[in-house]
Design a protein around this ligand. Structure first.
Ligand code: ADP
Ligand code: GLC
Length: 487
C-alpha cells in the first residue's frame, strides 16, 4: 500500500471540461478500492464548493502574496479524501477552470496553477504538518507540471508520476512570467522548463517526473513522432525508458445503460430492443422526424480541431444527403459552432446541433444513437468511444491513440473472429470518413449482424480494475527510479 497525492485541475462530478475530469473522478476511487491510500488535490472553484459538504480547514499559508487555505472533505459518493486549494483571489470567480465566460483563458492562469503546484509541493514535503505525507505524487497535465520540477532537487521527497492526457495543452507563458513566479533560475534552460523562449509547465513533468505515462499505449508511442509530439517528441524520446501507456478505464456506475437514470428505457445486451425507446425519445426531444429505422449517428465533443471537425464539415454536403440523422452536442471554437449551426438550420430533418455543455443530454445521446462519430486527428485515449461501446452504440473512429487501442473494425476478418466492435476510418479525410460511414450504414441494414456487433461491443471490459493495477505497478517503478535518481 502506498500513500498517493493525486493532483488534478478537474474531477467529475465537481468540475469538468473533458475526459481528465472523468479520470480524476474515478481512478482515485478504483485505487482506493485496491488498498492504496489516496488523497485528491483540486482547486476550490465555486462549482466545487457548491457541491461539497462538511469542509474543514487543515492549514493556511501565503503564496505569491495571496491567502491560501487547504480544506478537507470527500469526493462525493466515495471514501476518497478530497483536499481543496482555497484561494479566492485565484479560483473564486464565475466561468470555467481555465477560461472566462467568453472563452478567453484567464489572464493569470500561470499564477493560479503555479500556486496550486506550490501548495502541492509543500504537502509533498510535509511542510504543512498535516500528519500525512505521500510516498507518490501523481500529477496530471500541465496544470500540475511544475510539481516534479520543484520537488526534484530534494533528497527526501516522494516519487513523482506525470500522466499526459493531452500533449497539445502545454501551459506556455512568457519569460517574464517565469521571473514573476520566482521559479529557481536554473530551471530556465532548454533542457529544463524553457521551451523556445517560453516557460513550459508541462516540461516540468516531462523532464523531471520519475515516471511518465500517456493515457493509452498507442498514444505513448505516437508522441515520440513529430506529427503527434507538438515539439516535445525529442524530449520524450530522450525519456523513453521512463515512458509507458495505460489505457483509461470508465466509471461503470455512472455509465451503465442498465441503471442510467437519465434514460427513457434502461437496457443491457439481452434487452437491446429497449434501446430503441431511447432513440425515439431523443428524436422527439430534438425535433427530428421520429423513425426507428433511420440510422441515428451521435457525437459529443469539445469543438476543437483535435476532434476532426474539419473532415466532418468537409463531408457535410454529402452527409446531409445520406439516409441518416446526425446529432451533435458540444461547444468550443466559435467558427466550428457557427458553421455547424448553419448546416443544421438548413437541414433540420437531418442534422441537429446543440451548442453547450449538457451532461444529461450526453447520456441520452449515447443511449439513443445507433452509431457514435469520433474522427479525431489525435486522441490520447478518448472516453466517449468507451461509453459508446458500453451503450451498444457502435463507434466510428480514426485509428489513432486510444481509439486504435479500443475499437476493432467490422471488416470480414474481424467479424469472423468476433473481435469487431465498431468502424475505423484509416485516413484523416472527408472521403475516408464518408467511405467508413457508408460501410456502417450498409451493415446497419443487416439487423442480425448489427446486433452481433452491438453485443460484442457491450461485452468489452473497460472498467478501471485492470488499469488501476497497472498504475499501482507504475507507482512502484517510480519509487525505485526515485531511489536511483542522483540529486
Ligand atoms: P476530451 O477529454 O479530449 O474532451 P474524452 O473523450 O476523453 O475527450 O472525454 C470527453 C468527456 O467530456 C466525455 O465524458 C464527454 O461525454 C464529455 N463532454 C464533452 N463535451 C461535452 C458536452 N458538450 N456536454 C456534455 N459532455 C461533454
Ligand atoms: C484528454 C484527451 C482524451 C483523454 C482524456 C482523459 O482530454 O484529449 O483523449 O481521454 O484526456 O485522459
Amino acid at each position: 500500500m502506498s500513500k498517493i497525492l493525486y493532483i488534478s485541475s478537474e474531477a467529475f462530478p465537481l468540475i469538468k471540461t473533458g475526459g481528465l475530469a472523468d479520470v480524476a473522478g474515478s481512478l482515485p476511487i478504483a485505487l482506493s478500492k485496491q488498498g492504496e491510500e489516496i488523497h485528491l488535490l483540486l482547486p476550490a472553484y465555486p462549482q466545487v464548493m457548491q457541491q461539497v459538504e462538511n469542509t474543514q480547514q487543515l492549514a493556511s499559508s501565503h503564496y505569491y502574496g495571496l491567502d491560501v487555505s487547504l480544506l478537507e472533505t470527500h469526493l462525493p459518493n466515495s471514501d476518497v479524501p478530497l483536499w481543496l486549494v482555497n484561494c479566492p483571489a485565484a479560483f473564486e470567480r464565475p466561468g470555467g477552470p481555465y477560461m472566462d465566460s467568453d472563452g478567453q483563458p484567464w489572464h493569470d492562469n500561470a499564477l493560479r496553477f503555479a500556486l496550486f503546484c506550490q501548495i502541492a509541493v509543500d504537502i509533498a514535503l510535509d511542510r504543512l504538518k498535516l500528519g500525512w505525507q505521500p510516498d507518490i505524487v501523481h500529477c496530471n497535465d500541465w496544470q500540475s507540471g511544475l510539481v516534479p520540477a520543484l520537488l526534484a532537487s530534494f533528497k527526501q521527497r516522494p516519487a513523482t508520476l506525470f500522466t499526459i492526457h493531452n500533449l497539445a495543452y502545454q501551459g506556455l507563458f512568457s519569460q517574464q512570467t517565469f521571473t514573476d513566479l520566482e521559479l529557481p533560475g536554473n530551471l530556465w534552460q532548454p533542457s529544463r522548463l524553457e521551451f523556445y523562449d517560453q516557460l513550459s509547465f508541462i516540461k516540468g513533468g516531462l523532464v523531471y517526473a520519475d515516471r511518465i505515462n500517456a493515457v493509452s499505449p498507442t498514444y505513448a508511442r505516437e508522441i515520440l513522432l513529430p506529427e503527434f509530439g507538438y515539439g516535445l517528441n525529442g524530449l520524450l524520446q530522450h525519456r523513453q525508458a521512463r515512458l509507458s501507456g495505460i489505457l483509461n478505464g470508465i466509471d461503470q456506475t455512472v455509465w451503465n445503460p442498465a441503471t442510467d437514470p437519465h434514460l427513457t428505457a434502461n437496457y443491457d445486451s439481452h434487452k437491446l430492443a429497449q434501446k430503441s425507446k431511447n432513440k425515439t425519445a431523443l428524436q422527439k426531444q430534438l425535433g427530428l422526424p421520429v423513425d426507428a429505422r433511420i440510422p441515428l449517428v451521435g457525437m459529443i465533443s469539445r469543438m476543437v480541431e483535435q476532434k476532426g471537425l474539419d473532415i466532418i464539415l468537409g463531408a457535410m454536403a454529402e452527409i446531409v444527403n445520406l439516409p441518416i440523422q446526425l446529432v451533435m452536442l458540444g461547444n468550443g471554437e466559435t467558427h466550428y459552432e457557427i458553421q455547424l449551426v448553419k448546416w443544421a438550420n438548413n437541414h433540420p430533418d437531418k442534422l441537429n446541433v446543440v451548442i453547450g455543455y449538457n451532461e444529461i443530454l450526453s447520456h441520452q445521446i449515447e443511449a439513443g444513437s445507433d452509431m457514435f462519430l469520433m474522427p479525431s486527428t489525435f486522441e490520447p485515449c478518448g472516453l466517449n468511444q468507451l461509453y459508446s461501446l458500453r451503450y451498444g452504440t457502435l463507434p466510428i473512429v480514426r485509428n489513432v491513440g486510444g481509439l486504435a487501442d479500443t475499437v476493432v473494425d467490422a471488416n470480414d476478418l474481424n467479424r469472423k473472429s468476433k473481435t469487431a466492435n465498431g468502424f475505423v476510418i484509416t485516413e484523416q479525410s472527408a472521403e475516408a470518413l464518408l467511405t467508413t460511414l457508408r460501410t456502417a450504414l450498409g451493415l446497419y441494414q443487416e439487423t442480425a449482424a448489427w446486433k452481433k456487433l452491438q453485443r460484442a461491443a457491450m461485452k468489452g471490459d473497460f472498467s478501471w480494475q485492470r488499469s488501476a493495477g497497472h498504475y499501482i505497478k507504475l507507482y512502484q517503478q517510480a519509487l525505485s527510479d526515485r531511489d536511483q535518481a542522483v540529486v
